[in-house]
Design a protein around this ligand. Structure first.
Ligand SMILES: C[S@@+](CC[C@H](N)C(=O)[O-])C[C@H]1O[C@@H](n2cnc3c(N)ncnc32)[C@H](O)[C@@H]1O
Length: 350
């Protein structure tokens, strides 16, 4: 494997040799990787059809489930550029894919900055995929602060080494109305006002610093009879905070636009999202780029210069089937949308 670290100098990884976890050439390899079960993996591969010799982007490496499958499909001759903001995910991939050789570049960085990594290498992609959100390993590690059941610091940053605001800082400093707005809009929390008021009361006594403290506070703020049936009463609050801490919607909008610019003609892009706001953003962008005229329907003659650069591969989002939802409850809200770059489309300017 080739790692591109900060400044993306290419160099050989000198990790000690370890027994391979799984042979990279086995396209039928079981999907679960390092405690994370990839969601909609077969559906993603069926829509994006990576082929030998192709160049792929996995913008959200995570535990490498998609990357592993992409490598098996693009060999011989192809390569995968895998990005993740989380340094721990990159470290684990370094171990896991130590035998991948030049077929894999691993970079710690955001897919929103994909041009910064791809352009010096002259890369254009045949396949680009994003699998948004967090991995099971991140969720289950209390020290990362994503878990509402396992106590840890209220952090939630994908890359804790990059500075940036933590969930604790948001919870303890946001104005009451901004807090309510965040929980309501980003988290879709119907009791945002009650939770925001409870947070403000508590933080007046002492700063809120632990995940379980916040989870219990949210649960106490919502009348027991109104608790959601299938999720913890603090789930939406935690989701809203994670999205804000990592600017996930901003990164998605910037990143998707950038990676579509880097698609080769005939290149395929797919996004798996877990949140309705993400899915709406993906749907809007893919639909706009696959529409040839954006004039109002009432206008008889087209006056816009807009020309489609994409064609949708699925009109309705692909969702996990009952078997996958049963096997992996974390898959239940997943939505997959995909499109192909039209062969004769001009590259879009930034
Ligand atoms: C759902 S997991 C991906 C799982 C992966 N497909 C697999 O099969 O193991 C999402 C990953 O994306 C990473 N991530 C989130 N936002 C990112 C961004 N803007 N750029 C790069 N990685 C990001 C997270 O750190 C996490 O590791």
């Amino acid at each position: 494997m080739t790692t591109l670290a900060a400044g993306f100098t290419m160099g050989r990884v000198t990790t000690p040799r370890r027994p391979r976890v799984r042979p990279l050439v086995d396209a039928q390899a079981p999907a679960a990787t390092g405690g994370h079960t990839p969601v909609l993996l077969d559906e993603v591969m069926a829509l994006l059809r990576p082929r030998p010799g192709e160049i792929c982007l996995d913008g959200t490496l995570g535990e490498g489930g998609y990357t592993q499958r992409l490598i098996t499909h693009v060999l011989p001759g192809g390569r995968v550029l895998a990005l993740d903001r989380d340094p721990a995910a990159i470290r684990r991939a370094r171990d896991r894919f130590a035998d991948a050789g030049p077929a894999l570049w691993c970079v710690r960085g955001s897919f929103a900055d994909v041009e910064r990594y791809a352009e010096p290498l002259g890369l254009r992609f045949d396949v680009a995929v994003l699998d948004l959100g967090i991995s099971s390993l991140q969720l289950d590690d209390p020290e990362r602060g994503f878990s509402l059941r396992r106590d840890g610091p209220l952090d939630m940053r994908f890359d804790p080494t990059a500075g940036g605001i933590t969930a604790a800082a948001l919870v303890n400093t946001l104005a009451p109305d901004d807090l309510r707005h965040l929980l309501h809009i980003d988290g879709g929390e119907p009791f945002a006002g009650m939770i925001a008021r409870a947070i403000v009361r508590r933080r007046a006594l002492a700063p809120i610093t632990r995940t379980v403290e916040l989870a219990e506070l949210c649960a106490a703020a919502i009348p027991r009879a109104r608790w959601p049936r299938h999720i913890h009463p603090a789930t939406r609050t935690f989701l809203a905070l994670r999205i804000a801490v990592n600017d996930e919607l901003g990164e998605l909008t910037r990143g998707l636009d950038a990676l579509i610019r880097l698609l080769r003609p005939g290149g395929r892009v797919g996004v798996v999202s877990f949140h309705s706001l993400e899915d709406i953003a993906v749907k809007r962008l893919l639909t706009r780029l696959s529409t040839t005229c954006t004039c109002p329907p009432s206008q008889p003659v087209c006056t816009c210069a807009h020309r489609a650069t994409l064609s949708l591969l699925n009109r309705r989002a692909v969702m996990p089937g009952a078997a996958e939802r049963l096997r992996n409850p974390r898959a239940r809200s997943a939505r997959l949308r995909a499109a192909v770059r039209l062969p004769d489309s001009e590259p879009r300017p930034a």
